[in-house]
Design a protein around this ligand. Structure first.
Ligand code: XLS
Ligand code: CA
Ligand code: CA
Length: 439
């Protein structure tokens, strides 16, 4: 049975008008010594793609995600078939899942666990058949009413234990399926009012849970990375994992920095009042760059819209950071994105992925062009050249003091430098590269 009516999506080049073809993503094209597919490591998000039906605060679902099957295990299995068909047709080589996406929750945690045991072998067989791999797994610790006050940060120890049980199982599955990452996104790990919240205990407990996950994972053969995915708000007013810097401080406070890296999501960066590339740069310069949830928000809306990315400026600046970080190791570009509620057909899903993949393929091509062009990097190098010699070198080498610097400045080296910061020049350079007609 086939769910998606298109055949395998082919690369047809920038002049193609076929919506079911890639214009820029050419999986086997080698750029800077490595295939595009190996550099981009695209992943499908199970939840948005196979489960979300367009339900929002104001209305019921608009999309049929039953895949012709009754609710229950049969539907989970139909979703597996549809998901692997979609990934194979698109040439998406990885997927990401929450426990709750792949099996029905049943009446209680024990039944959920049994249901998971029924579907995991089916996923494994499809992985073997298609060669598609698991990028990362996670536990959904935010949907069930038991997690209304948080999971690892719940005020109730029994609920903390439920979270631990779900994490253990999701880690078992991640290991079983050979996943290279395990994500903590703190869905309800935050608070709405400090009037009822013991912030210190909640954060200590969250760290305790993460340490237990690391100990368990490492003892059971998980060699990949644990990731924290920052997000500033939604669903709680104040999420503990606010942004990359906040998460780094947390990891270091609790001695978790060796096992954890960051999973940066574009839409979460903008919700935190940052650019996407700011968050990536913070991760990279702290040796904590791990993976990316590729999507985009709408700057006119203050919430997490999880749109498929089509902004090539953003994808270019993102890929520039990824290249500077040395590329993905365990991570990849997971499309944590959904077609709009009014884009309700299965064709829309295909077109959404094609657009997202092309956007990042073009971003990769253009990021390398910016590097090869050299004007941006040499501008930055010139701008900081005073730290390469003389007093600047002494500052960088740590061989000077406040007294020496004061004497240096008072001796007359204190005039403002009327040198342009060059922002408009550099923006001009970026546009000239983006629109040079090469791709
Ligand atoms: C929600 C998050 C979530 C995580 C995984 O905003 O993006 O989907 O990526 O739990
Ligand atoms: Ca995400
Ligand atoms: Ca999101």
């Amino acid at each position: 049975m086939e769910y998606f009516r298109s055949g395998k999506i082919a690369y047809e080049g920038p002049s193609s008008v076929n919506p079911f073809a890639f214009k820029f993503y050419d999986a086997d094209r080698v750029i800077h010594g490595k295939k595009m597919s190996e550099q981009l490591r695209f992943a499908m998000s199970w939840w948005h793609t196979l489960c979300a039906d367009g339900t929002d605060m104001f209305g019921i679902g608009t999309m049929d995600k039953s895949f012709g099957a009754e609710d229950g295990i049969e539907r989970s299995i139909a979703r597996i078939e549809a998901g692997f068909e979609l990934m194979s047709k698109l040439g998406v080589e990885y997927f990401c899942f929450h426990d709750k996406d792949i099996a029905p929750e049943g009446k209680n945690l024990a039944e959920f666990s049994e249901n998971l045991d029924k579907v995991v072998p089916v996923i494994k067989a499809q992985m073997k058949k298609t060669g598609i791999k698991l990028l990362w797994g996670t536990a959904n610790l935010f949907n069930h009413p038991r997690y209304a006050y948080g999971a690892g940060t719940s005020c109730y120890a029994d609920i903390f234990a439920c979270a631990a049980a779900q994490i253990k199982k999701a880690l078992d599955i991640t290991i079983e399926l050979g996943g290279t990452g395990y994500v903590f996104w703190g869905g309800r790990e935050g608070y709405d009012t400090l009037l009822n919240t013991d912030m210190a205990l909640e954060q200590d407990n969250m760290a305790r849970l993460m340490h237990m996950a690391v100990d368990y994972g490492r003892a059971h053969g998980f060699t990949g990375d644990f990731y924290i995915e920052p997000k500033p708000k939604e669903p709680t007013k104040h999420q503990y994992d606010f942004d990359a810097s906040t998460v780094l401080a947390f990891l270091r406070k609790y001695g978790l920095e060796k096992d954890f890296k960051l999973n940066i999501e574009a839409n979460h960066a903008t919700l935190a009042g940052h650019t996407f590339n700011h968050e990536l740069c913070v991760a990279r310069t702290n040796n904590a760059f791990g993976s990316i949830d590729a999507n985009q928000g709408d700057l006119l809306l203050g919430w997490d819209t999880d749109e498929f990315p089509w902004n090539v400026y953003e994808s270019t600046l993102c890929m520039l950071e990824v290249i500077r970080a040395g590329g993905f190791v365990t991570g990849g570009l997971n499309f944590d994105a959904k077609s709009r509620r009014a884009s309700m057909n299965l064709d829309d899903i295909l077109i959404s992925y094609i657009t997202g993949m092309d956007t990042f393929a073009l971003g990769l091509i253009k990021a390398y062009e910016i590097i090869d062009d050299g004007r941006v990097d040499s501008f930055i190098a010139d701008r900081y050249a005073s730290y390469k010699e003389g007093i600047g070198k002494k500052i960088v080498d740590g061989t000077t003091s406040l007294e020496e610097l004061a004497a240096y400045a008072l001796a007359g080296n204190n005039e403002p430098k009327k040198v342009s910061g060059g922002q408009e020049y550099l923006e001009n350079v970026i546009n000239s590269i983006l629109f040079n007609g090469k791709a």
